[in-house]
Design a protein around this ligand. Structure first.
Ligand SMILES: Nc1ncnc2c1ncn2[C@@H]1O[C@H](COP(=O)(O)OP(=O)(O)OP(=O)(O)O)[C@@H](O)[C@H]1O
Length: 315
């Protein structure tokens, strides 16, 4: 998928501004942003449901606009506000979608329904949000599309079903097919996506590999030593952003490789060591902040800005 300068103006309000993005085949791309950031507007332009004010997009090598019929044939899609016929049962709904699509392997549909534990017997009107979403997922996956465009697909799924859904996404990737997954929750995207793009107030503020973001994030180590250690023992150690030394305890915030931190620590006898996860949340929150300050330029810079001041503290 290639998006170039995509812009949507609603009167004098710019919902999406000059969006550039390339997504490769076989990739799970997480499109993250707070409510109202412009995710659905972007997706609706990709689907040709909304005309861009300027810019263009190609999906599966085809031009959005002129080739949209062909694009729709080859993709699977869940809209943010999935509308289903309330009087049909789940199974009737899926048969209807399968007929529209043509060439759907019905045994695969039933397999998906079983994996997602979808209740197909009830009328859609009587469905819970989660079950409605399951029908949405099955219809998006049923024809094994080359590209899945999923707008907030996780809504209403319980944790177990989210896991099943993530497995399904990984299978899609393993088969060389592509996923464009919009979400406002970091934890979902972090678990499955190869790369993320964060959109804020219509602008793409960062596009980065998830593992790269994690690598750049601040991490924490808590040491316990067998005897009190000097308060300056981590001073000048590469990557150390903050050191809180309190007798036999040392809490270290660092970025990059852990080796230098460990080397500096092992000068003394370590009796206990606790490592805390990379604080990706901090990075994302910095991008999400809705104040009027300019968006951060890079995740590395954000991590630096949101990290405690370098130096040492004595409690
Ligand atoms: N038809 C429209 N006319 C005017 N403004 C609109 C229209 N559609 C969307 N917007 C505005 O564009 C902005 C982006 O909306 P969009 O639905 O793309 O956000 P989103 O990132 O999908 O958010 P959410 O997570 O809440 O679904 C919002 O401020 C919204 O009010």
């Amino acid at each position: 998928m290639e998006i170039v300068g995509l812009t949507k103006q609603f009167k004098d309000f710019t919902a999406v501004e000059e969006l550039d993005l390339e997504i490769g085949r076989g990739e799970i791309f997480g499109f993250l942003g707070p409510n109202g950031a412009g995710k659905s507007t972007t997706i609706r332009m990709l689907l040709d449901q909304l005309r861009p004010s300027s810019g263009s997009a190609r999906v599966l090598g085809l031009a959005v606009g002129p080739d949209s019929l062909e694009i729709h044939r080859r993709i699977g899609y869940i809209p943010g506000d999935l509308a289903l016929y309330p009087k049909l049962t789940g199974i009737q709904t899926l048969r209807y979608f399968a007929r529209l699509r043509g060439n759907v392997d019905w045994s695969y549909v039933l397999e998906l329904a079983e994996r997602l534990e979808a209740d197909l017997g009830k009328k859609v009107a009587d469905y819970s949000t989660g079950n409605r979403q399951k029908i949405g997922l099955i219809q998006a996956f049923m024809h094994r599309p080359e590209l899945l465009i999923l707008d907030e697909p996780n809504a209403g799924l319980d944790p177990l079903m989210q896991q099943t859904f993530h497995e399904m996404l990984r299978e899609v990737r393993a088969a060389g097919r592509t996923v464009f997954l919009s979400s406002h929750t970091l934890s979902e995207v972090e678990r499955v996506a190869d790369r993320v793009g964060i959109i804020r107030r219509g602008k793409l503020v960062v596009v980065e590999r998830v593992d790269e973001l994690k690598r750049k994030a601040i991490r924490r180590l808590d040491f316990e030593f067998d005897q009190p250690v000097p308060i300056d023992m981590f001073e000048g150690v590469a990557g150390v952003r903050d050191a809180e030394i309190d007798g036999v305890h040392a809490g270290i915030a660092y970025e990059g490789s852990v080796n230098d931190v460990l080397q500096a620590a092992l000068v003394h006898e370590v009796v206990n060591l606790h490592s805390r996860d990379a604080d990706l949340e901090e990075i994302f929150l910095a991008f999400y902040r809705s104040d009027d300050s300019p968006a951060p330029l890079s995740p590395a810079r954000t991590a630096t800005a949101s990290a405690p001041r370098a130096g040492r503290h004595v409690r």
